[in-house]
Design a protein around this ligand. Structure first.
Ligand SMILES: [Zn+2]
Length: 430
């Protein structure tokens, strides 16, 4: 049986393609791309006015399973991913227990095979229980399918341990993924240190605390030759450091999140919105502009969401006590379309680079291309669809979105994973 997708605008900067044409999918791969294609047997779907992109991937997702299945699971998180237009995601290791040896990676791989609506690539921990004291079983985890290691949620406090971890990740040919934060400077900080922290009377989390972590990791990557991927960069100074390191040939990639691109510290008011409490915190408008400039000049490789589901009773705590983070899988693409594509700050080819090819290269995931013979993982976007970000709209088990109430333009209408629909007419169908 074949699937004929007609009249979509097929955009893939990796092949140089940007034209309205037809795609035939057969046996999970792209069998033909061209004009006026026909199939004897099978189904035809009209994609007029829609944009077909290589399958989007989110390399920074907290699935919460095992340990906090009340907040998210492999089942619900991968359906949220499909709803948001992603064909794949990378699962962070700050679960309970922490995956720090092979069998817990195998658990996630098997779970994803049984329950996953999209592809799941596990990321293991750098240190045992993410405690920063002893190195996790990196080789064992890579052998079971871990694509990288990270202690996301924390920085590894000891530079010597990071160096040792980098020697291992280089030997096993996976990137070390770093959350950069100097704890001694952050202390009890909960918002960006500056005018807003003073006005609100909240403890400040200074930009320098991230930048010192970034600088340390860049130096160590230069020393070891390890592939380094920096998570959720939030300051202009971090972008500057990465730009300089890339110019010197350091093997580094980095990501920024939609909330750091499209929100600032000024969005936090005397209402003390815990939905806007993040780590790293929302920064200034100048920082947000520097993140976008970094994407546009290639310093920043990708957009990743840091999808962080939380139970409502926890986010309802006072600002200092509430957990950090926002859900992101379902709002990322609509936010990017609304704020960048619709305002002509980015093209569809940019979106394909920042949300598919860039993150895949950064984490060493298989690339997907819109060309004959390639696996049929792609995202179909309806640029004119309206999105009302309401609590009812989410497939995630959690509702702690920083963008609740937003009216957005454009979203995924279809998602194909290995030739099968995970999303169709905007509805999750697996
Ligand atoms: Zn983090």
């Amino acid at each position: 049986m074949a699937l004929l997708l007609r009249n979509g605008r097929v955009v893939d900067p990796a092949t140089g393609m940007d034209e309205v044409c037809d795609i035939i999918v057969r046996d999970g791969v792209i069998a033909e791309i061209g004009h006026d294609l026909k199939t004897e047997k099978g189904e035809t779907v009209d994609l007029s006015e829609k944009v077909v992109l290589p399958g989007l991937v989110d390399v920074h997702v907290h699935l919460r399973e095992p340990g906090r299945e009340d907040e998210e699971t492999v089942y619900s998180g991968t359906r949220a991913a499909a709803h948001g237009g992603f064909t794949a995601l990378c699962a962070m290791p700050n679960t309970e227990p922490v995956p720090d040896e092979g069998s817990s990676i195998r658990f996630l791989v098997e779970r994803a095979r049984e329950h996953g609506a999209v592809r799941v690539y596990p990321v293991g921990a750098i240190s045992i229980r993410q405690e920063g004291r002893a190195l996790a079983e990196i080789g064992d985890m890579v052998g079971e399918g871990a694509v990288a290691v990270t202690d996301d949620g924390h920085s590894v406090p000891d530079a010597g341990m990071v160096r040792l971890a980098m020697d291992y990740t280089r030997a096993f040919d996976v990137p070390l993924v770093a959350h950069c934060e100097d704890d001694s400077l952050v202390g009890k900080g909960v918002v960006n240190e500056g005018v807003v922290s003073t006005r609100l009377g909240l403890a400040g989390w200074p930009a320098a605390a991230e930048e010192i972590g970034v600088a340390r990791e860049l130096r160590l990557a230069g020393l070891t030759g390890c592939r380094l991927h920096l998570q959720h960069l939030s300051t202009a100074g971090s972008i500057e450091l990465v730009r300089a390191a890339k110019a010197k040939g350091v093997p580094v990639t980095c990501e920024v999140t939609p909330h750091h691109l499209f929100l600032t510290e000024d969005d936090i008011t005397e209402a003390y919105e815990t939905s806007l409490k993040m780590n790293p915190p929302l920064r200034t408008a100048e920082d947000a502009a520097a993140l976008l400039a970094g994407l546009q000049d290639g310093t920043v490789d990708c957009i990743a969401t840091d999808h962080a589901p939380h139970a409502p009773h926890e986010k309802a705590l006072e600002f200092e006590l509430a957990p950090v983070g926002t859900t992101g899988l379902e709002t990322a693409l609509p936010l990017v379309i609304t704020n960048l594509v619709a305002k002509k700050k980015a093209s569809w080819a940019d979106i394909a680079n920042w949300m598919s090819h860039g993150p895949r290269a950064a984490l060493g995931l298989p690339d997907v291309r819109l060309e004959v013979g390639a696996v049929a993982d792609f995202t179909v976007v309806d640029p004119e669809a309206m999105v009302d970000v309401s609590t009812e709209w989410f497939c995630s088990k959690s509702r702690n979105s920083a963008f609740l109430g937003a009216k957005l333009l454009g979203k995924a209408s279809e998602v194909l994973v290995g030739g099968y629909f995970a999303l169709r007419n905007g509805k999750v169908v697996v």
